[in-house]
Structure formats: C-alpha cells, structure tokens
Design a protein around this ligand. Sequence first.
Ligand SMILES: *[C@@H]1O[C@H](CO)[C@@H](O)[C@H](O)[C@H]1NC(C)=O
Ligand SMILES: *[C@@H]1O[C@H](CO)[C@@H](O)[C@H](O)[C@H]1NC(C)=O
Ligand SMILES: *[C@@H]1O[C@H](CO)[C@@H](O)[C@H](O)[C@H]1NC(C)=O
Ligand SMILES: *[C@@H]1O[C@H](CO)[C@@H](O)[C@H](O)[C@H]1NC(C)=O
Ligand SMILES: *[C@@H]1O[C@H](CO)[C@@H](O)[C@H](O)[C@H]1NC(C)=O
Ligand SMILES: *[C@@H]1O[C@H](CO)[C@@H](O)[C@H](O)[C@H]1NC(C)=O
Ligand SMILES: *[C@@H]1O[C@H](CO)[C@@H](O)[C@H](O)[C@H]1NC(C)=O
Length: 492
Amino acid sequence: MRSIHFAFTALLVSIPAASAVSHSFDPLRHSGPASPYFDAPSQDDISDMPAGCVVDQAAYIVRHGSRYPEPGSFSGWKNLFAKFQNASYTATGPLAFIPSWAPPVDDVPHQPLFLSSTGALEAFALGVDLRKRYGFTKGGDNITIWSAAQQRVLDTATFFARGYLAQGNYLAAPSSNRGSIITLPDSVNYTFANSLTPSTGCPLYKTGDTGASSADAFRATYQNATANRLNTFLDGLALNASDIGAMQDLCGFQAEINGDTRFCDVFEDSEWLDYEYAHDLNYYYGSGPGNPFSATVGFPWVKAVSDLFALGPGKTTPGGNITPPALLMGFTHDNNLPPVISALGLWNTSGTPGVYPLSHTAPSPERRFRASLLVAFRGYVALERLACAAPAGPKATHAAGAGAAPAHAPGAASFVRVRVNRAPVVIPGCASGPGASCPLAQFTAYVDTTRARAAGDFVQRCGLQGAANATGEATFFTVAPPDMQELLVGLN
Ligand SMILES: *[C@@H]1O[C@H](CO)[C@@H](O)[C@H](O)[C@H]1NC(C)=O
Ligand SMILES: *[C@@H]1O[C@H](CO)[C@@H](O)[C@H](O)[C@H]1NC(C)=O
Ligand SMILES: *[C@@H]1O[C@H](CO)[C@@H](O)[C@H](O)[C@H]1NC(C)=O
Ligand SMILES: *[C@@H]1O[C@H](CO)[C@@H](O)[C@H](O)[C@H]1NC(C)=O
Ligand SMILES: *[C@@H]1O[C@H](CO)[C@@H](O)[C@H](O)[C@H]1NC(C)=O
Ligand SMILES: *[C@@H]1O[C@H](CO)[C@@H](O)[C@H](O)[C@H]1NC(C)=O
Ligand SMILES: *[C@@H]1O[C@H](CO)[C@@H](O)[C@H](O)[C@H]1NC(C)=O
C-alpha cells in the first residue's frame, strides 16, 4: 500500500501545483468536483488504522475518476476561447498566457463526458491500493464489482479491476479472467432504491434541491470583484462573472487533462476559497444534508452494507442468490455520495453553534462538509468492518509445524469505521471503539433506528405509493437484478 500510495501521489503531485506562487496553498485541493483525487486530510485527528485491528469486510461507493468536461461546461470553455481569440488586446501579469491558451479538448467525439488518462490512473491506483491494504483476494480468486452503466463510470470500475487483479486478466484467454462487473441501469427512475444512482429514482428529491441557486447567489458575491481585479491586467478586453466561472473550473480540469496549471496561478487564495464554498453550498443543499430527501436516497446503500456487515464476510442475506465478496465496490456519480453522508448522519452536527445548516453567505471554517474532500474525482465514502483484539506486543513466538498465525486473535470484537477519501471520519455518538470506531452492534442499531427514522421510508417519502414495483431497498449486492449486465474484465 505504502509504495503505490506514494508513487501515485507523486504522479499527481507532478502536476505542478500553482507554481508561480511560493506558498503551500494548492488550488487543486480547493476545486470541489473539479479536483483530481487527493487523500483528504484527517479532520477528526484519528489514526489511520488502530493497533490490533484488521479490516475483514469493506464497502466503497466511488465517484468515477477524472474526466473531460460535460457538454455544458465545454461550451463555456469554447465561449471563453472565442472571446480570447476574437479581440485585439494586451494581456499582462498572470493573464499574459491567454492569447496562447486553447481548450484542452482535441478529439471532440471521444472526449467530452469520458474518463481521462488521469481518471484511469486514479481508478487503477485504488485497485492496487485496496488489494494490498486488505489482502481479501487470493491469487486466482474472482471478484465481482458493481457499477452504474454510464461509460465513464464503467470505465472507472474496469480500470479499478485491472489494478486490483493485475494477475488474472488474460488477453489471449478471456475465459480465465477473474474480474466480473455487474452493471446497473444508470440514472433511470424505474429502479427506485435498487441502484447505485437512487437520486434519480426518488421523484421528490429534485424538489428539495436548492443547491444550484444557493451556489449561484454566493458566486455573485465575488465574481465581479475578481473580474474587476483581473481586468487591470487587460487592455482591450474585459472579463465578466461568467468568464471567472469557466476560468476557475479550468484549473482542475486542465491539470488532470493535460497538466496545464496556468489558470491555477491566476486567482488569489481567497478567490479559491470562495470558489470552493460555492461548491460546498451546491452539494450541501443539492444532494447533501440540506436537501430533505438526501438521507432518504442514501439510506438504502447504507442499510444494505450494514446488514452484510452484521452477517460478516462470506455470507448472504436471506433470499440472496449472490454471496458478495468481502470487498463491496460500487461505482457511481458525484451526486450519489452526499446522500450517503446524510444517511450516516455525518458532517451535519458540530460542537460549535451556527455551523449547520451551512450559511448561504458566510463560510464557517469549522465546517466538515467540504465538496473538495468528498466529491473530488474518484472520491468515495467507505465503511470498514474491523476485527480488533489486544494489540500484538513486540515479541511473538512460533512452534514448529503450527502453521501461519491468524491475522487477528480468535474472538476479536467487530467495529465499524467510515472513511471519506481515505480520512477516517467519526460517527456522531458512536466512537467508543479503537481509533474512535463504532462497535458493530451499536452501528447496526444506529442504522436501524436513528438513521432509519431520519431517512424515512423511501417509497412514502419519495411519493412513490402508487408506482408499480417501487422498492425502497437496495438488494443488488445479494439478488441479481433482472436488467443487470455482467461483464468479464480482461485486458482486451
Ligand atoms: C467575433 O466577432 C465578430 C464581430 O464582432 C462576430 O461577428 C463573431 O461572431 C465573433 N466570433 C466569435 C467566434 O465569437
Ligand atoms: C469468475 O466469475 C465469472 C462470473 O461468475 C465466471 O464466469 C468465471 O468463469 C470465473 N472465473 C474463474 C477463473 O473462476
Ligand atoms: C419515470 O419517468 C417517466 C418519464 O419522465 C415518467 O413518465 C414516469 O411517471 C416516471 N415514473 C415514476 C415512477 O416516477
Ligand atoms: C456584475 O456585473 C454585471 C456587469 O457589470 C452587472 O450586470 C451585475 O449586476 C453585477 N452583479 C452583481 C452581483 O453585482
Ligand atoms: C460575459 O461576456 C460574454 C461575452 O464576452 C457574454 O456572452 C456573457 O453573457 C457575459 N456574462 C455576463 C454574466 O455578463
Ligand atoms: C442537517 O441539519 C439540519 C439543521 O440542523 C437539519 O434540518 C437536517 O435535517 C439535517 N439533515 C440530516 C440529513 O440529518
Ligand atoms: C414491474 O415488474 C414486472 C416484473 O418484472 C414487469 O413485467 C413490469 O413491466 C414492471 N412494471 C413497471 C411499470 O415497470
């Protein structure tokens, strides 16, 4: 884990971060959903892995990796390019490069919407990291992975599988391949809670979404001032608020697409923090705890994982026809991560009054809910089931012929821990275990009572009482859905 982790970080850090400025502020860590993946810093100050514990089961819900722009933001880039090209002007200082700038898309039919090379690297590196970190899958074993069906999501799942199963994928012998991906219909409304994109299966969810208007109102408080500041470097051309929006997005996107970070150097730290906060508002009120339907939409995944953790690895739920692997991987889109935070009751309470709900005008430095630390490309929410015994001492004995000692002492107790972009996160009111983890039985009760109440019944809350086949349960881990597709992952 260590070596690939560092190697991978080094690869991403070799994107020269804000090179013109000689301080440590890195705009790529404040770019919200346009940030290439980075490990989130620990917000709760707890150890990466408590002594005496091993992970025996884990579940990840992962955003796809870094990608090219959506058509909407791509047209914003093209408009900016036309503006830069179609005028006679002088540009100086941080804008001296704009006459030579062109949008980083040179294969229009195959780039917008799709995964970039950085996205493929992020996915592959996660596969390598989790294989080494958990040691769940012996050489020659099969693994089943779940993915929403849009191409960039499926490609992320595929590159993950290649990293996870470097041995066991054969170009010339695909029938020997060991990776299998169950694809679920992506962003449709007829799968209800039983998908990796339940946000589109809840018709009322969008009525609770005030994220875009809150973010737009916040952007209006700073973008004109930023444009006015930058216009002092231009003679013959005037930037406005929409240009600032596109130019800040281009820092993260160009860094991951082609390594060009010149837009990262254009803005001041406070302008990056404002840009970041607009994203925080967009996700908090759009798909996170500020949307009253968010916990409802995130709960089915949490409940499915909680039930499998209660059973333990290698077991299936009653009525199941799939026994899922110890590592439950699901790949999806950004908007399906904040609902899981809401369903778990994270990042929406604080010892400091006035932090939540997030202020529409005044960012609190105490807030834990930060888009950059959750929905960065390939961001994830993970639950780990830990088996913990007394930590091993500095001395161990071995009797000849006794075989390899087990990884943890028999009778080890089970605990649950959350990680968001690798940083361990404390579950409010349930942190009595090693490393502030939550005892498994308490976690099960927390999910089945407190969080079930906060989420409510999916069918009722979403207004689906009359809908044929409506379901509030995510059963896909254990029951093969009728319209799933299964793909074998090979190097072909
Ligand atoms: C460039 O400016 C001309 C004259 O104002 C205008 O007709 C044309 O549409 C502009 N082109 C682009 C690509 O914006
Ligand atoms: C892995 O699982 C898939 C799907 O169940 C199966 O088709 C394939 O034969 C298995 N491969 C091996 C090597 O067991
Ligand atoms: C799903 O979407 C279609 C098309 O918008 C709509 O006609 C249908 O009523 C929706 N179904 C449910 C259960 O919301
Ligand atoms: C920003 O500037 C534009 C153009 O001058 C103006 O129309 C708009 O009202 C300004 N917005 C705010 C929030 O001041
Ligand atoms: C900014 O300027 C462009 C043309 O350069 C224009 O299309 C756009 O509407 C302007 N945006 C605002 C907010 O005024
Ligand atoms: C988040 O906190 C706000 C303010 O206390 C509350 O209204 C909302 O229900 C909470 N959301 C969740 C998902 O618990
Ligand atoms: C409900 O499920 C049944 C069985 O899978 C299917 O035949 C039917 O078309 C579904 N109804 C709707 C409205 O989707």
